[in-house]
Ligand binder design. Structure first.
Ligand code: PLP
Length: 445
């Protein structure tokens, strides 16, 4: 008989192994099968599993106090975490608003952007421009900004009608251009969208620096963010970087936007911020954006009961200190390059690997039925799912992503192991992935 916990599964009819424990980059199920966590779960467990320092910090804080309500108390861990984030991030990204999930962080970013304009006496700037092939979260505001067709489709009538522009998806360039520097075409498209809708109606533009679940680690052309930010500035539109997947070291920089030297007005964080040891996320706001709020209403109307609870703050702080202590941002860069090279090499052996892309330890692999024409597999095959299942059989965990034109008709996976991964473990990951691809070759015969 099915028990009630059955409902925790995203796909009700599927069999899931039950996890027993984790250690470093490995997870073990109750049958003692070992898995290499090649995706850090949902690109989350970025320092690996069972790290004693974190368990100690958890325990120490639990002995003092786990929860206080943020309207009654501040706490040392919450203050220290806010200070730490301000120290590790570039420019004037100095203000932290703590929430519990990435969806809340992006939704809060949207609210703060709208509030910013209101504090300046402008009440019409209520829309956010986003991109097709984007995922900013599952709550209604975050989903309204998301271009992830599959996750939106049931709720479309209830979503805000926010405008979208093309994603910088070079493997299938939306402009059918193939030259190296196409950033200005994207900037022109953004400019046209702003002129059509009216800058007086647009609060912000939101983008994932590297597109995650909705595209499979899509990295834009080099000048893309500088040009997009320039358009935003020209038309008085805030730039929100959704760094829920990319933030806190994942791509070989504390914030992925640092790769392009662009400082956003607002940043959303989640996942790697607490590496899965506790639900913790944050909206980071620059001095520039806080200024009118501090001079005006002096409050942000976006709190949650668990916002800034000392337990989660202490854990998140310990995670970030661990990342700093062991130079994990550097390791992400080094191991990321190594893994990326090895996967590119491997892709030559398999006719159905269309593209390998990414930065640091956020790597996407797109699959196609024909490498020359880039034709995707028929949807009925559900190739992404097949890859994930075969990899799991080989003891390798990887993460599914959408791909194809507008992210609706293609197959991709994300490989994003913990930032702690060693060279030997990368070799093992690649070996297990090679086995997976070899089995898929047989499946396709
Ligand atoms: N933003 C991005 C870029 C994400 O990748 C995700 C989750 O995958 C979210 C927001 C939503 O985060 P959460 O699932 O923690 O609500």
């Amino acid at each position: 008989m099915k028990n009630r916990s059955y409902l925790i599964k995203p796909e009700l009819e599927k069999e899931y192994p039950s996890v027993s424990y984790g250690s470093g980059v490995y997870l073990y199920d109750c049958n003692n099968k070992k898995y290499l966590d090649g995706s850090s779960g949902a690109v989350t467990a970025s320092i690996g599993h069972g790290i004693p320092e974190i368990l100690e910090a958890m325990n120490e804080q639990a002995k003092k106090v786990s929860f206080v309500y943020r309207s009654q108390f501040t706490s040392e861990p919450a203050e220290a975490l806010a200070q730490k984030l301000s120290n590790i991030f570039p420019g004037d990204l100095n203000w932290s608003f703590f929430v519990n999930s990435g969806s809340e962080a992006t939704e809060t970013a949207m609210k703060i952007a709208i509030q910013y304009w209101q504090e300046r006496g402008i009440y019409t700037k209520n829309k956010v421009i986003s991109r097709w092939m984007s995922y900013h979260g599952i709550t209604m505001g975050a989903l309204s900004m998301s271009g992830h067709v599959k996750r939106r489709e049931r709720f479309v009538p209830l979503l805000n009608d926010f405008p979208t522009v093309s994603a910088p998806y070079c493997y299938r360039c939306p402009f059918w251009e193939n030259h190296m520097e196409c950033s200005s075409l994207f900037a022109q498209e953004l400019e046209r969208a702003i002129l059509r809708i009216g800058q007086e109606n647009i609060a912000a533009f939101i983008a994932e620096p590297i597109i995650g679940a909705a595209g499979g680690a899509i990295v834009p052309p080099d000048n893309y963010y500088r040009e997009m930010k320039a358009v935003c500035e020209k038309y008085h539109i805030l730039f929100i970087a959704d760094e829920v997947m990319t933030g806190v070291g994942r791509t070989g920089a504390m914030l992925a936007m640092e790769h392009w030297g662009v400082i956003p007005d607002i940043v959303s964080l989640g996942k790697g911020m607490s590496a899965g040891y506790t639900p913790m996320a944050a909206t980071i706001v620059s001095d520039r954006i806080m200024e009118p709020i501090l001079l005006g209403s002096k409050s942000i109307m976006a709190g949650h009961t668990y916002s800034a609870n000392p337990q989660s703050a202490a854990i998140s702080l310990a995670v970030i200190e661990y990342i700093e202590k062991y130079n994990l941002v550097e390791n992400a860069k080094k191991m990321g390059n190594y893994l990326n090279d090895k996967l590119r090499e491997l892709s030559k052996e398999f006719g159905f690997v269309g593209d390998v892309r990414g930065k640091g330890l956020l790597i996407g692999i797109e699959f196609v039925s024909n490498k020359q024409t880039k034709k995707p597999f028929d949807r009925e095959i559900n190739f992404t799912n097949l890859v994930i299942e075969r990899a799991k059989e080989e003891g390798l965990l990887i993460y599914p992503a959408s791909a194809g034109v507008e992210g609706v008709n293609g197959d991709a996976v994300i490989i994003a192991p913990p930032l702690t991964i060693s060279k030997d473990e990368v070799d093992e990951l690649v070996e297990r992935f090679k086995e997976t691809l070899s089995r898929l070759t047989l499946d396709l015969l």
